[in-house]
Design a protein around this ligand. Structure first.
Ligand SMILES: *Cc1c(COP(=O)(O)O)cnc(C)c1O
Length: 228
């Protein structure tokens, strides 16, 4: 079932990429395994899936022990500074950095571990009071500050637009994230990458996000089914 779902998603990624005249290999699939067991991750891994997305740091910690070492974890939830140590130890990318305080906490843990970590800045693209993330207006200041933290490699932006019934309504938010990333890239605020990553699009709207430039899509339900 999981293997079949992954094949279906990959086909849809190719179709959306083709429509946008992009290369499917420029789009990374993050399989969002939050609330699913390590068994589900192993099943997806056996089907060729490498990157997994988790919202709770304790889940990363437990599951990482139980899955192949080659599996890669992106943290996509709200990270508290007191969890920075475990995050620095277990995650391959933090997609949801949205404050200098958290950045400093991560950076000092990474100093201790003597390693660097890829991160994305989470943008609250629609100024939705329900959502975390820095506003588009405050993002440039945060990026400048975070770029001073030598252990953090800022690779791009991530967003989660407001929930809507019609995924077409998210298109403008996706487009705005891309425009914002292009602006920051032109100011050399992503010094570690040649083109910034754009993490946007989930089960219901990833095809639209790809048309608008997504390089990372985060898909849970369409791979693993409804969350337990
Ligand atoms: C849960 C979650 C997803 C996956 O959502 P689906 O609709 O199940 O594909 C993607 N991104 C974030 C940040 C999430 O919390």
């Amino acid at each position: 079932m999981i293997a079949q779902n992954i094949q279906i998603i990959k086909k849809k990624i190719s179709e959306a990429a083709q429509k946008a005249e992009r290369q499917p290999q420029d789009i990374k699939l993050v399989a969002v395994s939050k609330h699913f067991s390590a068994d589900s991750i192993r099943e997806a891994f056996a089907a060729g899936q490498i990157i997994f997305g988790e919202n709770y740091i304790q889940e990363v910690q437990t599951k990482k022990e139980l899955v192949p070492a080659e599996a890669v974890f992106h943290f996509i939830g709200h990270l508290q500074s007191n969890k920075a140590k475990i995050a620095a130890e277990t995650c391959d990318m933090i997609e949801t950095l949205d404050s200098f305080k958290l950045g400093k906490a991560l950076n000092s843990q990474l100093e201790n571990l003597n390693k660097s970590l890829d991160i994305l800045i989470q943008i609250n693209i629609a100024n939705d009071p329900q959502k975390s993330g820095v506003t588009a207006n405050d993002a440039e200041k945060l990026l400048i500050e975070i770029n001073e933290l030598t252990r953090l490699r800022v690779c791009g932006l991530m967003t989660m637009p407001p929930l809507v019934a019609n995924p077409e309504l998210s298109r403008l938010h996706f487009r705005n994230l891309r425009i914002l990333a292009e602006k920051f890239a032109s100011k050399n605020l992503f010094p570690h990458v040649s083109t910034p990553e754009l993490s946007m699009g989930m089960s219901d709207d990833f095809h639209i996000a790809i048309e608008e430039g997504a390089t990372i899509i985060r898909v849970g339900t369409a791979i693993f089914g409804h969350r337990p």
